[in-house]
Design a protein around this ligand. Structure first.
Ligand code: ATP
Ligand code: MG
Length: 445
């Protein structure tokens, strides 16, 4: 922390000088006020980390100082010093927002320790705010002004205000995660935590402890207590992504959380109340999953009270030019940026995008790497887009396409071999389940 500033308001001169000396020995910069009025003047013009103040002083009391600090909404904490006879005043001060009080005479070390704690807390708060700002930057805007996208915006704003559970569905890469974060950051919980859990990217056996946490020794390997995502999201929102991948036994537990608003840690005995808004996202058709018996019907009905369907890109082609501009600006810098020729744009506008906006994003990203600074022509675009456009250049693109083709067929073979079991297929391929899941998404498997 940069230099720490303390204001000391005390009308007893000897007391004031003694205290001031001690505080300065800690390397803190101390200003002194001889009475309440002087203290009020000082806090008008200076910013302090901590004010240490007597309660009863001539011209203005400690209460007045506290009130002035609160009105100014500065991040200053105040500690009161009070004589034994007026403890009730001190307690009143605490109720009104003072940080602490000490009864005179007090131990100097005690005061120093309390100040250090306040300073630590202030540092933590400042870091937290900085981090929060940083996270808000991850809250990316939803680009597009086609009719469907505008309707979606309107629905997002409408549901954001409520506390309802929302089921966000849509094909892979349509922007479901983006929609979920938009709901959180437009909701009254925007300043609370936003926590997400991808049910597909975590080994099945670990999902429960990820969600609800566990007590020390709950199972082999549980060496320490762990806080689950639900507890982390307390006061905010949780996104259960790829909810269709949640194992059946956990679906029952989730239903209980939705109904009771309570969770239980793995290996725990008591219920913990949580105040969490739940958003779910899925690329699967949950109604189908219900029919197949892999998704609980009661949970499905509970979740689909407010369904939000994110349309595929081919149903809102009007967004394509805007999305291209956005991705070029986001991913390209200065000279490396690209321009799309009209012919290339025509190809982009007529393609069907099985992996939706993620696919368009990847196309632009690839072009920026392979054709930096150039005007893109139809033959610079990936082969799938231009099946009937003659390929005149771009060997590197052909190589990339060949590698991708080989990778895709390996994955398909592994999945065939394991009867569609992803964990086993990942093992066969020598990659993690998460990695497999990402690749399947990229190749629209
Ligand atoms: N309207 C949009 N504006 C800008 N970027 C978008 C938009 N929609 C999606 N994207 C981008 O496309 C990519 C895919 O979006 P996202 O991860 O939200 O999709 P998803 O629906 O969750 O996909 P999946 O089902 O595969 O998980 C992300 O990089 C996201 O930032
Ligand atoms: Mg997603």
């Amino acid at each position: 922390m940069t230099s720490v500033r303390i204001l000391l308001a005390e009308d007893d001169e000897i007391m004031r000088i003694t205290l001031s000396d001690h505080l300065q020995k800690n390397g803190w910069q101390v200003d002194e006020a001889e009475d309440g009025r002087q203290a009020l003047e000082k806090i008008k013009t200076e910013q302090y980390n901590v004010v240490i103040s007597d309660i009863r002083m001539p011209h203005a009391t400690g209460f007045d100082i506290l009130e002035a600090l609160q009105k100014a909404a500065v991040p200053t904490d105040i500690i009161f010093m009070t004589a034994y006879g007026s403890v009730e005043d001190a307690v009143d001060c605490l109720k009104q927002g003072a940080h602490d009080y000490l009864i005179k005479p007090f131990d100097m070390d005690d005061l120093i320790i309390r100040i250090k704690r306040i300073l630590e807390m202030q540092t933590v708060k400042a870091r937290f705010i900085a981090l929060q700002d940083c996270c808000q930057q991850f809250h990316k805007p939803i680009i597009g002004s086609s009719k469907s996208t505008q309707d979606m915006h309107a629905l997002i704003n409408q549901v954001a205000a409520s506390a309802a559970t929302i089921l966000i569905s849509g094909e892979s890469g349509t922007g479901k995660e983006l929609v979920a974060s938009a709901i959180h950051y437009n909701s009254p919980r925007a300043n609370g935590p936003y926590v997400r859990l991808n049910c597909a990217a975590i080994p099945e056996g670990l999902i429960e402890s990820e969600l609800f946490g566990h007590e020390k020794g709950a199972f082999t390997g549980a060496e320490a207590k762990k806080t689950g995502r639900f507890e982390m999201a307390n006061g905010g929102t949780i996104l259960l992504d790829e909810i269709g991948e949640m194992p059946l036994n956990l679906q029952a537990k989730l239903l209980r959380v939705l109904q009771e608003k309570e969770i239980e840690r793995v290996g725990g005995t008591k219920s913990i109340r949580v105040d969490v808004r739940i958003l779910c996202a899925t690329a699967k058709d949950l109604a189908d999953e219900v029919k197949r018996g892999t998704f609980r019907e009661d949970l499905f009905f509970r979740l689909k009270v407010i369904p939000l369907v994110v349309p595929p890109l081919r149903e809102r082609r009007g967004d394509i030019p805007e999305l291209c501009d956005h991705f070029i600006a986001e991913l390209g810098q200065g000279e490396t940026a690209i321009t799309l020729s009209k012919d290339a744009m025509d190809v982009l506008l007529s393609y069907d995008y099985p992996s939706n906006i993620r696919e368009l994003h990847n196309i632009i990203e690839r072009l920026l790497v392979l054709q930096p600074g150039e005007t893109i022509q139809p033959w610079n675009l990936p082969a799938d887009l231009t099946a009937d456009v003659p390929q005149s250049s771009g060997h590197s693109l052909l190589l990339a396409a060949a590698v991708a083709q080989a990778e895709k067929s390996c994955i398909l073979r592994a999945l065939q071999k394991t009867g569609g079991k992803k964990s086993e297929a990942a093992k066969l391929l020598g990659i993690s389940r998460k990695n497999l899941w990402e690749k399947m998404k990229n190749y629209s498997i």
